[in-house]
Design a protein around this ligand. Sequence first.
Ligand code: PRX
Length: 646
Amino acid sequence: MSDKAIENVLHENRTFEPQAAYQQYTNTSLEEYQQKYRQSIEDPEAFWNEVAQNLHWFDPYQQVLNWQEPFAEWFVGGTTNLAYNALERNLSDKADKKAIIWEGEDGEVRTYTYADLTREVKRFANVLLDLGVQTGDRVTLYLPMIPEAAFAMLACARIGAVHSVVFGGFSSGALADRINDAGSKVLITADGGYRRGSAVPLKRNADDAVQNTPSLEKVLVVKRTGQDVQMQEGRDVWLHDALQNVSDENEAVALDAQHPHFILYTSGSTGKPKGVLHALGGYMVNTYLTTKTVFDLHEDDIYWCTADVGWITGHSYIVYGPLLAGATVLMYEGAPNQPDWGRFWKIIQDHKVTILYTAPTAIRSFMRAGSEFPNSYDLSSLRLLGSVGEPINPEAWIWYYTVIGKEKCPVIDTWWQTETGSIMITTLPGAHTMKPGSAGVPMYGVDVAIVDADGQELGADEGGFLVIRKPWPSMLRTVYGDDNRYKTQYWGEIPHVYFAGDGARRDKDGYFTIVGRIDDVLNVSGHRLGTMEVESALVSHPAVAEAAVVGRPDPIKGEGIVAFVTLQTGAEATEQELKAHVAKEIGAIARPDMIRFAEALPKTRSGKIMRRLLRQIASGQEIKGDTSTLEDVSVIEKLQQSVQQS
Ligand code: PRX
């Protein structure tokens, strides 16, 4: 890792004050945030104790935090249950409130109240017990976005089984690796799932995966599409059959606060997926607090997070946080452009969604498809818009704010990671000024700083490494089965702090702007530039829909800049014009050496641009390393051709 700072080149000066009407409505004022944040940093144990008291503990904890760097224990000695807190705890006043409103890609709608959900989860838990699942056993989920995915997660949490959700778009090989790494005893899957109008053969993929998974004993299958599947006698069980014999009663197990709550695999730089392990008590308290505060939840909200349950966002902000907070959660099964790019806006209109939480990649796709889609629907129910997963380019932010939010909804840009478990940096709606492109300020208890490689804190507007200096309740506890990897990767790069792998800077008002993954930083003539800034400059050109920027070796400059660009539908721009545009926005130093126009960029299945592959393409190398997380492999070939032709 180089110790040179990252330069601050993009000058984005637009700011948006919280709307006066929203300020009247918000649960948290700026003064309250400031006072609570101060308390949470000065006396974290008192702060977190107060938050944790809102939740149910079967046995009280004796100590809030036991910190033996880099290992944390939160709420030591306490016993609790996350499903109990999300279900029974909410029944006294919310039994008839809608917990989940689900819409299938085919338009089917199912609704579950908190009472319904409690019954479904208890019954599902009994099925797992009948299959021989015990507290501490690992269970892998490979499911479409159907309500049963939430039931299964909560059922595992209820009996203390450790779930590992594998995104339904992953291949059988990726699934097998993850089952084996976790040593899972049971796999929960479905016959298939709908995606862009066709049925994905989940059970068939699962059959291929379980050829070589010695730990696996049972496969539980949800019927979703009705497509033909093979059921192996003695191993495979239909959920609807298993549910016939189970009771509606099930008692939540009192689990130790340190109990492993779930494993979630995230891609590592070496290609071997890392099993990020979250522990029960801390994760529960932190997701509960952030959901309530960041989304500024009110009793009548209809909250929609468009992530898949296969990602951390789906864990923390579809299932756990919102249900702990007693919210009404909308869940959608399918693709954003099915049957056309108006689908999201129709869902918002039909269900009167008040909070929308989505990703920059989706926002840029909507921009590209055109404002006429959102403009044909009634979006007046919306009051808050959120973004997560990548830096949101200022242009995409402005589009989201004006076209979707009609300038009345605050936009929150939430920075966090699979590893952090819950939102770490954001602005609070109605409290903070919003700065497009900048995530914002730290959430309660989060001690963020920008440092150099020695851990020295840098000054305002100096780019460096984003680190967290104090443990927080929802931090990952280890890499499953590999404490050493946890230690070296997260706490070993920079002394005594958690290093997240991102480059960022803090401005004079204390706002953090993420400039990209440190591994992607460009080094042009000795200047370290974040990919985000050059990309945002490109996206600020009216013809550009998306951009991905990488370096390729250059004998003179060290690295030259290669940009891959997709254009807005029907728009045109020349390479020269875009190069000149970047030079004007940022300066000659960031002028790309080459711009290639593409139909699509290589993305992971969660929508992140895979710059590692683009770097190899840009420098004419063979594609090496893991491509199993790539969404559409044919994109690579087309890009290779475009570079070779130059
Ligand atoms: O690089 C940051 C980027 O996504 C990474 C974490 O990815 P993952 O573990 O898949 O979790 C995504 C959902 C929480 C971060 O290290 N990232 C995430 N949110 C933002 C972001 N970059 C900039 N701004 C964000 N709001």
